[in-house]
Design a protein around this ligand. Structure first.
Ligand SMILES: [Zn+2]
Length: 128
């Protein structure tokens, strides 16, 4: 015989609505990042495919490709964090700091849903 306990589990200060909102933002971000990465790759192959006639052009092409790589790398890194956050929503650890295990804080998590750490841990890490 189990007694019904109406107190919800307290791992996360986030309500189901907060999680839905974060999941929607993250899914949207994921789709945008995937499109951006695909676009950067497409642009890169177009740039590479261009006939390079002189050294100045070659330099400009190299620069353009580097820029595309930087953009694609940043998008890929953010995409990984976004996917990890979506996984955390599914396994119920969303909103918890990956370093100290403390709640990240509702406002921060909704503003930056792919945040992995609380403000204190993020600051400590960026100073390290
Ligand atoms: Zn922390």
């Amino acid at each position: 015989m189990t007694t019904m306990n109406s107190t919800p589990p307290r791992e996360s200060p986030l309500g189901p609505q907060d999680l839905d909102e974060a999941a929607a933002v993250l899914s949207d971000l994921r789709d945008r990042l995937r499109a951006e990465i695909a676009d950067a790759r497409k642009t890169e192959s177009a740039v590479r495919g261009d006939c390079v006639l002189d050294a100045a052009d070659a330099g400009a092409t190299t620069l353009a490709i580097e820029e595309l790589h930087t953009r694609a790398d940043a998008a890929t890194a953010l995409l990984e964090r976004t996917l990890a956050a979506l996984t955390r929503i599914q396994d119920g650890t969303f909103g918890t700091c990956a370093t100290c295990g403390a709640p990240i804080g509702r406002e921060r998590v909704l503003a930056v849903p792919h945040a992995e750490r609380c403000v204190a841990c993020t600051e400590r890490q960026s100073r390290a």
